[in-house]
Write a protein that binds this ligand. Structure first.
Ligand SMILES: Nc1ccnc(=O)[nH]1
Length: 160
């Protein structure tokens, strides 16, 4: 669905990505637009902040949640200068973002040296061949159900 709104917000996301490169950041920008039309920006600060999770999309989600005083962005749209990686997709799902709209795709990013493709491949690879093993080992004696048990009984808990 090509709309003027999408084009306008994507152009804004691309513009802040350009500015960010000139400010020692990675070439990515994103915006969260809330249902009332407020916009919250994010730019990539991975190398600038030594934070591998500081992708533009995650930073925009954090700024929107801080600005709106909520952990639930239902009704909001995430615009990104580039196709979100699996971390940013998962972050958008947790944030209950309604819709994600992007400009450059993962292949454009790969040509610039950002190989998000290996992270997509991770989920298509059988568990025993994965780049980073994730194992359940030594859990038996750890008391692993206790956090859930006390959470389930907690009357003041905030479900999400
Ligand atoms: N889509 C993205 C890939 C890598 N870094 C970012 O900030 N965004």
């Amino acid at each position: 669905m090509k709309t003027l709104t999408n084009t306008t917000y994507l152009a804004k996301a691309v513009g802040i990505a350009v500015d960010n490169v000139l400010n020692a950041g990675g070439p990515f920008g994103a915006l969260v637009v809330s249902p009332d039309g407020r916009t919250f920006e994010g730019v990539n600060r991975v190398t600038a902040n030594n934070d591998p999770t500081a992708h533009a999309e995650v930073v925009a989600i954090r700024n929107a949640c801080q600005g709106l005083g909520t952990f639930d962005l239902t009704g909001s749209v995430l615009y990104s200068s580039c196709e979100p990686c699996p971390m940013c997709l998962a972050s958008s799902l947790w944030a209950r973002i309604d819709r994600v709209v992007f400009a450059a795709d993962r292949h454009d990013a790969a040509r610039a040296g950002f190989d998000d493709a290996v992270f997509y491949d991770y989920f298509d690879t059988p568990a025993e061949n994965r780049l980073m093993p994730v194992v359940r080992d030594g859990a038996e004696e750890s008391g692993y159900l206790e956090p859930f048990n006390i959470w389930s009984k907690l009357e003041t808990r905030i479900d999400y």
